[in-house]
Design a protein around this ligand. Sequence first.
Ligand code: NAD
Length: 292
Amino acid sequence: MKIGFIGLGNMGAPMAANLVAAGHQVTGFDTAALAPEGVAMAASAAAAAKGAEVVITMLPNGAILRAVAAEVTPAMDAGAVLLDCSTVDVASARDVAAMAAAVGLGALDAPVSGGVGGAQAGTLTFMVGGDDASFATARPLFEVMGSRAVHCGPSGNGQAAKICNNMILGVTMIATCEAFALADKLGLDRQAMFDVVSTSSGQSWSMTSYCPAPGIGPKSPADSDYRPGFAADLMLKDLRLSQEAAEAADADTPMGALAAALYARFVEEEDGRGRDFSAMLPRFEGRRRASP
Ligand code: NAD
């Protein structure tokens, strides 16, 4: 397929490289990043999009996505598909899909989970919103870049699934970390804590697959001094998106709100910036009940 790829950062570059390796013809554009091997770089986003059957975007946020979409949609061929894989707010995803539909283009919002490792290995999970025809067009690309694509319904539903999932993840990671810190203070051995919780009703992905305690459970960022992994900054971004969506939809999400506030403090006032999101454990370890 002829593909335009806009946003070749930590995630976009390995995703584009996998498409090239699978035999697709990829033309890229990025305001800063260097070209991944095999990707022809264009002088503008519009030039990268021109003539492509699918234009993939992997950008930092909704405002940038809106600006790029406004530039590329007039340059795209009728019937082509705009496939956004960034994590953005639900409203931006829906507005961009409407912008694309107005000029005869298909559109999908397809945020991912799996991080940079999943992007490199081609094992991302895509959560996809949009129409069936566009999903069918993009399916072979999802198969190259990932191992799973779930069609979640109309435009915006991919972003909705992503932020709901990550709201659960943020909350369970905090709960797992504070429980480890409590266990420490009660004199409960961390291995024993893991052995019980990982096979009991407190079990979650945060405990069993991404254990925040070093040396316990499968290998995780805790074993590499909390180098990300999934950075606390990105968790904060996703939790804020969940709270923005909850506000707009009038949904009551007290645990999500508290998780967003804790990650905001951790990243913006403490030492969380650039650390893995599971570094909440050393944060709790160093605190006492009375501290704010
Ligand atoms: P990144 O900052 O490494 O990459 C973004 C790229 O977009 C950069 O290279 C930047 O130069 C480029 N860019 C910015 N404005 C542009 C413009 N107007 N035109 C063209 N290029 C532009 O970020 P990333 O880690 O690759 O993340 C990309 C998206 O994926 C984000 O929405 C993020 O939330 C999401 N995501 C990231 C991860 C992760 O682990 N890194 C995991 C899941 C989802």
